[in-house]
Design a protein around this ligand. Sequence first.
Ligand code: BQF
Length: 283
Amino acid sequence: MGACVIDGKALAAKIRSEVANECEKMVASGKRRPKLCVIIAGDDPASKVYVRNKQKACGDCGIDSETIELPGTVTKEELFSLIDEKNGDGNVDGILVQLPLPRGIDEKEVILRISPDKDVDCFHPVNVGRVYTGDPLFLPCTPAGIIELLKYAGVTISGANCVVVGRSNIVGKPVSALLLAENGTVTTAHSKTRDLKKVTREADILVAAIGKPKFFNREYIKPGAAVIDVGMDRDENGKLCGDVDFDDVAGICGPITPVPGGVGPMTVAMLMKNTLKAAMIRK
Ligand code: BQF
């Protein structure tokens, strides 16, 4: 117990090197490298950074990557025909459409268009359902990264009171499902939750995923609790920070993830794992 900062960067590097080893094994056995196709539409600066992080991670792992940049004015039909082409391309293992999409394009429809066996983000309803029924093909990247971070820090999930704050399809809902699959006792709290402090103060494991800079101070935390900060927010000076007031909380909590260098690098590392998996099921 006692505050310890969980080094997500180091764990992500370890996972990338394991993926790299597996890729070299594939090459040694005469197979081609896994290949990820990343599609980005528009010029959101944060999205561009994330796509660059993913390209670089592919390079580190020995995964081939192709990035297709579309203008923000792209139509749904154009995007669909590109996805159809990549679905049918036997040399492409994973397809990722960077979110958010430009206004007017329905993300749900785009996700449905991606072949489930190439859906390395694990956003397709078929893959989401498989996670919930305990028969996963891929694991959702950020939630799977969170589980790995907890295990790496030596936190026992089984039997623990887990409180997830936030209920997005990308983080809150699927991380709740994975914590449940690990035998946690899971509460998913959100903006309508009454007396949030009372709820989070019961948490042995708190996952903060609401997108509000430094929202969670020590009043929300049970002493010794593990704190996972999924926020990618900007503070009053425009500096990157999380949903947790790290300096206030670090004095009383148990293991805690920093921002940057906590969950973020793990999201990208788990994407590499999924891409390797996609390549393995293709052959
Ligand atoms: C780090 C993301 C919100 C909305 C859409 C490393 C990433 C971030 C941080 C990264 C994220 C967040 C990604 C760090 C991908 C994680 O060193 O702390 C890597 O690239 N991420 C995304 O693709 O879409 C998002 C957050």
